[in-house]
Design a protein around this ligand. Structure first.
Ligand code: PMV
Length: 310
C-alpha cells in the first residue's frame, strides 16, 4: 500500500489578474490535505478510483475524458510508460472544502499523481507533478493560470507568473492568517469566465485594475521578504477593493472581511476565485482569538488559524 498527500493553498495576492499575465503569490496550507492511497486489487479487476468526498466511484477503463481524476491517472500512467491497466484500488480523501478557493481539485490530483509515482517506485519532481495536474485543472478552471497546481505541487510559497517557471521563495518571518469559509461554493470556472466577459466589454478598465493588482503583488513580495506584516495588511485591503471593483466579491465575503478588520486584523481579502469560498485575514497572536470569534459570529462555516512560512 502507498499513501501520498498534498496541501490546500491560499492566494495571498494577485488572483484573477494572474490569468492576464500579472504576478501572484500563493502559499500551501498544510492544515487541510488531500490523500491518495493505492492498494492492490484482484488480478483482472482493473483500476478503480474511489473519491468518497465527491461521491464518485470510477472504473478507469470506462471513465470519460471529462473526468479530471481519470484524465490525470491516465496521463500519469502514460508518463511513467505503463502500457497495461494496473489492478489497483485508489482511494482519495480530502478535508479541503471543494469550490472554495483552497485548491481542492489541485490537491486531490497532486496526491493522486504522487501516489502513482510512489507505487511505481519513481521519484516525483514538483515540476513534473505540477505539469500533470495542470492538465486536470483545465476541467475545473477552463483556462487556468497554473497557480493552483504549482503551489500545491511545490508545497512552498511561490511567486507565480503564467508561462514562466515558478519562483519558490522564503518569507523573512512567518505570518499568521485566519482563513474563513463563507460556506458558499463558487466554481472557479464560472468566476473566471465572468471576469473574461467583463474584460471583453471594457478592456481599458480591466487592464488598469490588473496593472494596479500587479503593482501591489510586487509590494506584497517586498513586505514578505522583508518581514513587514504591517505593509502586508494594507495590501490585502487594497487587493480586496480591486477584486470587489471587478465584481468577484459578494455580500458574504464583504461581511467576513469587515468582521475580521473590525476585530483587529490588519488586512483581509477574498482568496481564490471569489463569488463565495474563503477569505484570509492577517492577524497577530494577540488578535487571532478575537478575529476567530468575530468570523464565527459573522457566519463563517469554518475558521482555520495557520502560520505560513513557519
Ligand atoms: O481555484 P481558485 O478558486 O483558488 O482560483 C484560482 C485563481 C484564479 O486566478 C481565479 C484562476 C487562475 O486560474 O489563476
Amino acid at each position: 500500500m502507498v499513501t501520498a498527500t498534498a496541501p490546500g493553498k491560499v492566494i495571498l495576492a494577485g488572483e484573477h489578474a494572474v490569468v492576464y499575465g500579472r504576478p501572484a503569490i500563493a502559499a500551501p496550507v498544510w492544515q487541510v490535505v488531500a490523500t491518495a492511497t493505492i492498494t492492490a486489487a484482484a488480478p483482472g479487476a482493473g483500476c478503480t478510483l474511489i473519491a468518497s468526498d465527491l461521491g464518485q466511484v470510477l472504473q478507469l477503463a470506462d471513465a470519460g475524458d471529462d473526468e479530471p481524476l481519470a484524465v490525470v491517472t491516465r496521463l500519469t500512467l502514460a508518463r511513467l510508460g505503463v502500457a497495461h491497466m494496473p489492478d489497483w484500488r485508489i482511494e482519495l480523501r480530502s478535508d479541503i472544502p471543494i469550490a472554495s478557493g483552497l485548491g481542492s481539485g489541485a490537491a486531490l490530483s497532486t496526491a493522486l499523481v504522487r501516489a502513482i509515482f510512489a507505487r511505481l517506485g519513481q521519484p516525483a519532481p514538483p515540476a513534473v507533478v505540477s505539469e500533470l495536474v495542470y492538465e486536470s485543472e483545465r476541467f475545473y478552471h477552463g483556462v487556468p493560470s497554473g497557480i493552483d497546481n504549482t503551489v500545491v505541487a511545490y508545497g512552498q510559497p511561490i511567486w507565480f507568473v503564467k508561462g514562466q517557471p515558478p519562483e519558490p521563495f522564503m518569507l523573512a518571518a512567518p505570518i499568521l492568517l485566519a482563513i474563513a469559509d463563507t460556506g458558499i461554493r463558487s466554481p472557479t470556472v464560472l468566476t473566471v469566465s465572468k471576469v473574461r466577459e467583463a474584460w471583453l466589454q471594457d478592456r481599458p478598465r480591466y487592464e488598469a485594475i490588473f496593472d494596479a493588482i500587479g503593482d501591489l503583488v510586487h509590494a506584497a513580495r517586498r513586505a514578505l521578504e522583508q518581514g513587514d506584516p504591517s505593509a502586508l495588511g494594507g495590501l490585502f485591503n487594497a487587493n480586496q477593493a480591486l477584486l470587489q471593483s471587478m465584481g468577484v466579491s459578494c455580500d458574504a465575503i464583504e461581511t467576513l472581511v469587515a468582521a475580521a478588520r473590525a476585530a483587529g486584523a490588519s488586512g483581509a481579502k477574498l482568496s481564490g476565485a471569489g463569488g463565495g469560498g474563503n477569505i484570509i485575514a492577517l492577524v497577530e497572536p494577540t488578535t487571532a482569538p478575537a478575529v476567530h470569534a468575530a468570523l464565527v459570529a459573522a457566519g463563517a462555516r469554518r475558521v482555520i488559524v495557520t502560520a505560513l512560512g513557519a
